[in-house]
Design a binder for this molecule. Structure first.
Ligand code: URA
Length: 254
């Protein structure tokens, strides 16, 4: 009986920490040898502030400003401890793909598969995204794919405004370094973060916007997130129209 109660308490710990699945068959949540051990991540969370002071934001901006290449930025991100999400994530998922890409795709945050594999859009959403790109003759390796957040929020919960604000300098620096010709925003969180646009994705998708930098205005298109399309396949036609818009604009400037 006692053992059952302890197992339940142990599971509650994991659920509290946002753990929603095991990573491998060898990792068993009911393992009596380690079920008293609290996940390392939970203990660490207590020591890190969850609200971004202006000092944390300034630090994020300063460290990003010092990066002169994507590799440097990745190293800086790996050492950055200002965001609480890092404590519950297994991986820091940096952008992936061609550093000279014409098209940059920006999603929301890594999911369980991405967290496990350390790469953006490699799970079910990624497979759908690959198919959509292929339909307009784009290969993912010729694009640059990243997320607003490099860490998976526990249980895939929606990221808070504070978490987005802390991670935004890392995303904006990636845009500065890649200097893409086009940005495709996948979902409402990417739209809100990159364009500071509070409008709903359903109202804004399909309309060309401008991301203004010091030396270049980059055309931006927002469309539905692939995970939404997996749940609401009736919306796929609208996303398909958005991908065709992107293709048409790319062909125009060839
Ligand atoms: N959803 C995202 O927004 N990004 C990923 O990398 C995977 C799923």
């Amino acid at each position: 009986m006692n053992k059952q109660i302890n197992i339940k308490e142990s599971l509650d710990w994991y659920i509290l920490a946002g753990v929603t699945e095991t990573c491998a068959e060898g990792v068993c949540l009911l393992n009596t040898e380690n079920h008293f051990a609290q996940p390392k991540t939970v203990t660490k969370t207590a020591t890190v502030s969850t609200s971004p002071t202006s000092a944390v934001l300034k630090n994020a901006r300063d460290v990003c400003a010092s990066a002169t290449s994507l590799d440097e930025l990745r190293d800086i991100l790996m050492k950055f401890d200002g965001c609480n999400l890092k404590n519950t994530a297994a991986s820091t998922v940096f952008g992936d793909g061609d550093s000279h890409a014409k098209v940059m795709l920006i999603g929301e945050a890594p999911g369980a598969d991405e967290d496990r594999m350390g790469k953006p859009f490699v799970g079910r959403c990624g497979k759908l995204l690959d198919k959509m790109l292929a339909a307009i003759q784009l290969k993912r390796e010729n694009c640059y794919i990243t997320n607003v957040l490099p860490w998976r929020p526990p249980g895939n919960r929606t990221p808070t405004d504070d978490e987005i604000a802390i991670c935004l300098p890392f995303l904006k620096k990636q845009i500065d370094l890649i200097k893409p010709d086009f940005i495709l925003l996948l979902g409402g969180i990417a739209l809100k973060a990159v364009m500071d646009n509070p409008d709903s994705i359903s109202r804004t998708r399909g309309k060309w916007l401008d991301y203004v930098t010091d030396n270049k205005n980059i055309p931006v298109l927002a469309t539905y997130h692939p995970s939404y399309l997996l749940r609401s396949s009736a919306q796929k036609a609208k996303s398909w129209a958005d991908f065709l818009r992107l293709k048409k604009k790319m062909d125009e400037i060839k």
